[in-house]
Ligand binder design. Structure first.
Ligand code: TNX
Length: 462
């Protein structure tokens, strides 16, 4: 692509309002930016942070003014200042020169999420933090951790030590890749690190399906009390908790209470997907007892959209994912007042291959090139599920085929920036050609930072 002078609009996600002031620039230092990011006021170096209005830009909005004599960043809340600094960082990339003018910005949706699957392959605290640092640059504000599945159980639960002794095993594949688990202290460390960056951690314990690791650790949780074998393959849908056993509910309540106590954020994700080995009435009976538990401990339940088959307590959030299930009762949940997170696999699953040659990932929901992740409107995806019902948009990354942080980055970039813009920028302010040009500018930055992004031919000529 032809090199061009920096433009005030070269930001991802695209801001709501950009008014450039031609021929005006201001130069910032990395130091001043770091102080601004830490919320230090005055940040020095000509950057001034003001925690005063504009109220109309909401809890995460900000107003940025760049003149020849300095930068003024205003927001009603500290989160807005933090997102404003992410905008500044993108504009300053390279030489520190900021193009002059005014930006006014606020998100379309309150929930802009990314999910990392620690169960199929474990990632350490440091790896999770480094990943988060890359996500917040695009104003992602929820980090969903998929902590348990058939192949692994990755969170310490006091009183149930075999979960992590046995369930902290290899994950998918028999190459020994990916063992480990988070102690509660590790989890608190991640949660605190995220909170400093205005990111809410959403922990997921998947139930009543995807529980083979728990059943291996505690055979008393199986329907007949018989031991089951550990699994490292990528099959889904074969395991379930026993809906008819009281032990099940004692276990589940301990887990949910542990999670609620450890999680300052408002959400607990209870999974609920792919319970293919459980009769439908057992599934509903299980959920009718379990979905109210987060509320009992002061939290809101989130579940994959299969939970819409059950009665949903007030405050429950439904996360839509399966492309072919256009009519899974999500619209009825919305009519009953429940909120929805949009994660259609054929648009935002970061573990889908980009193209037929992609060496990682899956293709059960089709190929997801960058433009496919970008060019859609979450408010038009499901009949009866319109803008007002949407809490937001989230991009899951399942880790069956992942073995390293480089693998995570390869599937995440540049698709996550596309999804971040879907979640932040008003639909009328989005345009693929514009996104393509803006995301192209990240190649040298990712290269300098050692981020192994996918050099998509949709964006970069071969
Ligand atoms: C479906 S998405 C699953 C996961 C797999 C994923 C792979 C969802 C709620 N369940 O168990 O890892 O497909 O793409």
């Amino acid at each position: 692509m032809r090199p061009h002078a920096k433009r005030l609009s070269d930001v991802i996600p695209a801001p709501v309002l950009v008014v450039p002031e031609p021929d005006v620039t201001f130069t910032v230092t990395p130091d001043a930016l770091a102080r601004a990011e830490a919320g230090e006021s005055p940040a020095g170096g000509g950057i001034s942070l003001e925690l005063s209005g504009p109220e109309e830009l909401g809890a995460e909005g900000y107003r940025l003014e760049i003149t020849a004599s300095g930068v003024t960043l205003r927001a009603a809340q500290r989160a807005g200042l933090f997102w404003g600094v992410q905008t500044l960082r993108q504009l300053a990339a390279g030489d520190g020169v900021l193009p002059g003018g005014v930006i006014e910005d606020r998100p379309r949706f309150a929930y802009r999420g990314a999910m990392l699957d620690l169960a199929r392959h474990f990632f350490t605290v440091d790896e999770i933090k480094a990943h988060l640092d890359l996500l917040v640059q695009f104003k992602i504000n929820h980090l969903h951790l998929h902590l348990t599945d058939d192949q692994g159980w990755r969170l310490e639960i006091p009183g149930w030590p075999r979960l992590t002794e046995i369930g902290g095993g290899p994950g998918t594949g028999c190459d020994g890749a990916g063992p480990g688990f988070l102690t509660l202290a590790d989890y608190a460390d991640v949660v605190a690190y995220a909170a400093e960056r205005f990111v809410t951690v959403v922990p997921e314990i998947d139930m009543p399906g995807h529980v083979n690791a728990a059943l291996v650790a505690y055979p008393e949780l199986t329907a007949d009390g018989q031991p089951v074998a550990p699994r490292t393959d990528a099959e889904v849908g074969y395991s379930s908790l026993a809906a008819g056993k009281e032990e099940t509910y004692a276990f589940v309540e301990t887990v949910i209470k542990t999670l609620a106590d450890a999680t300052p954020g408002p959400y607990l994700h209870l999974g609920g997907d792919e319970c293919l080995s459980m009769p439908a009435e057992d599934y509903r009976a299980f959920l009718s007892r379990v979905l109210p538990l987060p509320g009992k401990y002061g939290k809101r339940a989130i579940g994959w959209h299969e939970i819409a088959a059950a009665g949903l307590p007030e405050g429950t959030v439904v996360q839509y994912w399966r492309p072919e299930q256009q009519d899974a009762g999500v619209d009825a949940a919305v009519t009953a007042g429940r909120a929805v997170i949009m994660s259609p696999a054929d648009r935002v699953y970061l573990d889908m291959k980009y193209d037929a040659d992609t060496r990682l990932g899956l293709d059960w929901a089709g190929l997801v090139p960058v433009r496919r992740a970008y060019d859609w409107d979450p408010a038009l995806r499901l009949p009866g599920v319109t803008e007002d019902a949407l809490l937001g948009v989230a991009a899951p990354l399942w880790s069956e085929t992942l073995r390293s942080v480089a693998d995570v980055q390869f599937l995440t970039f540049p698709r996550l920036p596309a999804v971040a813009e879907v979640g932040w920028t008003p639909q009328a302010g989005r345009d693929w050609e514009s996104f393509r040009e803006r995301v192209a500018l990240f190649a040298p930055r990712w290269e300098a930072a050692g981020v192994s992004y996918f050099r998509s031919p949709e964006i970069w000529a071969a």
